[in-house]
Write a protein that binds this ligand. Sequence first.
Ligand code: ADP
Ligand code: MG
Length: 231
Amino acid sequence: MAVCLDAESIEKRFPTPGDDLVVLRDVSMSLAKGESAVIMGPSGSGKSTLLNILGTLDSPTRGRITIEGCDPFELSPRDLARFRNRHIGFIFQDHHLLGQCSVLENVALPTLARMDGADRSEDPTARARALLDRVGLADRLDHRPAELSGGERQRVAIARALINRPSIVLADEPTGNLDRATAERIVSLLGDLHRDEGATLIAVTHSQVLAGRFERRFDMVDGTLMSHEVS
Ligand code: ADP
Ligand code: MG
């Protein structure tokens, strides 16, 4: 199967007044298009740091990543921003929705930032409406995030992450603030959408139950990723 994401010997160190803080020592992973993977590990083990690098928000101090055959860190800042907007969808623990915008605007917003002219003829809100319908929020389009429950806000965040048909969806503890039943529904929805959309999905969670829903599992141990191949 075609490779979507390849990370090779990723190191990330942060300077401190003393020795550098080495958070990622040697992380390698390769995911095929459409695969789903979960990353587990204790708090502070570097999971978010890795997700930020895979999402091109932060660069590694050593090593290389390739997404859809491209090394994003060789791009100019402008091209990198375009690449990220086109290829990567993020879902965060605390949703990061814009409080002053409606649900529909929050989801449609990333399409406005697209600079490649794709789908210009299409109503920019058509896909946003379809996705919001898919996550069960068709009747909440005009509501503000503050008027929604935590689970509903994460549904909006999922729709927003998928709006530009990204190659990769990165979810950093997407259910960390939700009760267990809501968390299971959100992960189930994420799984269904990831399958329908054909995106590669990488999620971080502390829940063993939720982790069981993913095709591949990695544990962050001492700055490296240990793979648990599921037979
Ligand atoms: P996790 O997501 O697994 O809880 P993080 O990736 O957030 O862990 O953090 C891993 C370690 O890296 C922590 O010790 C954290 O303090 C440190 N760290 C993260 N970002 C920075 C930064 N920008 N500067 C310095 N240290 C950082
Ligand atoms: Mg984290």
